[in-house]
Design a protein around this ligand. Structure first.
Ligand code: SF4
Ligand code: SF4
Length: 204
């Protein structure tokens, strides 16, 4: 499910993400959380960097913090897993039209990247993950992931999508007892989306 707004955090200052990680560690402090978030938004000039108003900025940052908190809680469990998969949203492909030569298999359902563009995030992620023994899925929507997970026996999954999509999937992963690690998009919009490749490498 997409956000009601578009964002691009790729121009946010690097220390913004350090602030997010710090607040995630302190997530129990609910009373002061909103105030802290507002301070971070002002200090890191998030409204200027993204063009979002304060309330949309708060929704976005709160999701990032929630995801980071879940990542930290799940990390040790994830590191013990052996059979793993990487799920990418299809919007991270360089092209969403016929220029993308990926092969779609509706039975899975997933695209298989054929590496037609070296600078495509999916192509780079596919190489990185497969080198590390992961299976890779490029899914047309988050609702495909439960179907795939029910037919496989992965112990750990890494997902790349926008925060709102991830939030919907979290209870499902808990039910299946699959350890999850989320990499939120830095730029949404359902086309030309962006995530941080360094974060992916560290997470894998
Ligand atoms: S590199 Fe892969 S995902 Fe990217 S455009 Fe080409 S086939 Fe599609
Ligand atoms: S930005 Fe990507 S992950 Fe988010 S709703 Fe759109 S297609 Fe799905």
């Amino acid at each position: 499910m997409p956000y009601k707004f578009t964002f691009d955090l790729s121009k946010a200052p690097h220390f913004f993400f350090t602030e997010i990680a710090t607040v995630s560690y302190q997530k129990g402090m609910h009373k002061t959380l909103i105030k802290k978030l507002q301070e971070i938004i002002v200090r890191c000039r998030i409204q200027e960097a993204t063009g979002l108003n304060l309330s949309d900025s708060l929704v976005l940052i709160q999701d990032l913090i929630d995801l980071q908190a879940v990542n930290m809680m799940e990390r040790s469990k994830f590191l013990q897993t052996k059979k793993r998969a990487l799920f990418l949203s299809h919007c991270t492909r360089k092209y969403l039209d016929g220029r993308c030569k990926a092969v779609f298999n509706s039975d899975i359902p997933s695209y298989s990247c054929v590496h037609c563009s070296k600078d495509c995030l999916v192509s780079q992620s596919d190489y990185l993950a497969k080198e590390r023994g992961y299976d890779v899925y490029v899914v047309p929507g988050g609702s495909c992931i439960p179907k795939i997970l029910k037919n496989t026996n992965y112990e750990g999954v890494v997902g790349i999508a926008c925060g709102e999509e991830m939030r919907v999937l979290e209870p499902f992963l808990n039910t299946l007892k699959v350890a999850g690690q989320a990499i939120p998009l830095l730029k949404n919009g359902c086309a030309n989306t962006v995530f941080n490749m360094e974060t992916l490498e560290k997470t894998l």
